[in-house]
Structure formats: structure tokens, C-alpha cells
Design a protein around this ligand. Structure first.
Ligand code: E4P
Length: 218
């Protein structure tokens, strides 16, 4: 499974890139707003930090297809490199996705809560579909089940789209999604650290140091 960082915090991205295998960064307007800067400034800072080869998913804000297409062009021109226009799966969003794919854009369909939303976005040519696991779990639905179904449907209809599961709050959600066959997840850097943490690992490392330090004067 491939890991993306779901943040606009450049310091956190820098730290995580230094430690962990990461394929790219995803943002949304809420994440951008937390940086308290214009979106262009924030995404340029992220691009400088991650370089041109890592994937950068940036969401559009417009509600009409024409605005979504126009914004996608402005965002892509600002950051260049491996860029994905992230677009919510409204009817206008689906229209914009089809137009952007014809123009050669890479597209991520986002704000996905149902299997059919994902299937329609995949048919519209989306490179990634992003189902929101925690937001589904929070309304007594099953985020994992929706992800599993989307993986099955994409496989059954032999579509090129990949699943980029999003909206996570704990390690178990990420683990269950990794069993589903989804190709990737996007997570906050703090949650990435939690994926690695186990108290027995910490304890074992301390024991090794205590036992071995006399014999490891390398
Ligand atoms: C990422 O692409 C999504 O926008 C994000 O994961 C949503 O996460 P949240 O439900 O924690 O806001």
C-alpha cells in the first residue's frame, strides 16, 4: 500500500519525508485554510518541499464545471510537477472531470461516500477515487465496507482507477483499508507515526541497547 500525507503543514511534511516512505501530499480547502495563507502560496511551498516527482493533489473550490476547470488550470500552472486536480463528486464535478481528462489533466475524485459515486467518477476517467472512511464511520455507516465495495467494483469492471482512501482518525481504520486491496491511503503525519508505534518495540530496543552497548563499540 502507498502512503500519502494529508496535510498542508510544510514542517510536518518535511519531517515525515525524512522518515517515512511517502508518495505525495493531498490537500483540501479545510487543510489549506489552516495554513492561513492564499492557496497558491501554500501549494507552492509544498511543491518546493516535496520536489516535482512526488504527487500533489490540490482541490478546486468552484461549484460549476467551468469554474472547476478554470481553477484546475490555475492550480496546475502554479505548482507544475506531478499534479492531480482533486474534485468533489457532484454532477458538475463529474462534468469537469470528463473535460479535464480530455485536456490531459490527472484527476482525483473526492468527497466520496458511496460506491456509485466512485464508480461514476471512475467511468468519468478519474485516476484516483477518495472515499472518506472516518466521516462514514462517524455516521454509524461502515467506511471500510464502502472502500471494499469500491475496490471490488473497479476490479470487476476492469477500470484503471486507483483507490486513495481518505479521512482517517485511527490505526485500525488504516489497517482495515490495507486489507481491502485499496492501493493507497492519505493520512495526517501524526497518524503515520502511530502506525509504527508499539510499546513492545520501544521496550525491545531499550533492552538491545542495554545488553549490547559494551560489545558494539563500532
Ligand atoms: C483527503 O483527501 C480528504 O479531504 C481528507 O482526508 C478528509 O479528512 P477529514 O475527514 O479528517 O477532514
Amino acid at each position: 500500500m502507498i502512503y500519502f500525507l494529508d496535510t498542508g503543514d510544510v514542517k510536518a511534511i518535511e519531517k515525515a519525508l525524512d522518515l517515512f516512505p511517502v508518495e505525495g501530499v493531498t490537500t483540501n480547502p479545510t487543510i489549506i485554510a489552516k495554513q492561513k495563507k492564499n492557496v497558491i502560496e501554500t501549494i507552492k511551498d509544498i511543491r518546493s518541499c516535496i520536489g516535482d516527482d512526488l504527487k500533489l493533489h490540490v482541490q478546486t473550490l468552484g461549484e460549476h464545471a467551468e469554474d472547476i476547470v478554470r481553477e484546475a488550470g490555475i492550480l496546475r500552472d502554479a505548482v507544475k510537477g506531478d499534479f492531480y486536480a482533486k474534485i468533489p463528486v457532484t454532477a458538475e464535478g463529474i462534468k469537469a472531470m470528463q473535460k479535464l481528462k480530455k485536456e490531459g489533466f490527472q484527476v482525483t475524485a473526492t468527497a466520496i461516500f458511496t460506491q456509485q459515486q466512485a464508480l461514476i467518477a471512475a467511468r468519468a476517467g478519474a485516476d484516483y477515487v477518495a472515499p472518506y472512511v472516518n466521516r462514514l464511520d462517524n455516521i454509524s455507516s461502515s467506511g471500510i465496507k464502502v472502500v471494499e465495495d469500491i475496490v471490488t467494483l473497479i476490479d470487476r469492471y476492469d477500470l484503471d482507477t486507483q483507490v486513495l482512501a481518505a479521512s482517517f482518525k485511527n490505526v485500525e481504520q488504516v489497517h482495515q483499508v490495507s486489507l481491502s486491496g485499496a492501493q493507497s491511503v492519505t493520512i495526517d503525519p501524526e497518524l503515520y507515526e502511530k502506525l509504527l508505534y508499539h510499546p513492545l518495540t520501544q521496550e525491545s530496543v531499550i533492552d538491545f541497547i542495554v545488553d549490547g552497548h559494551t560489545y558494539y563499540n563500532l
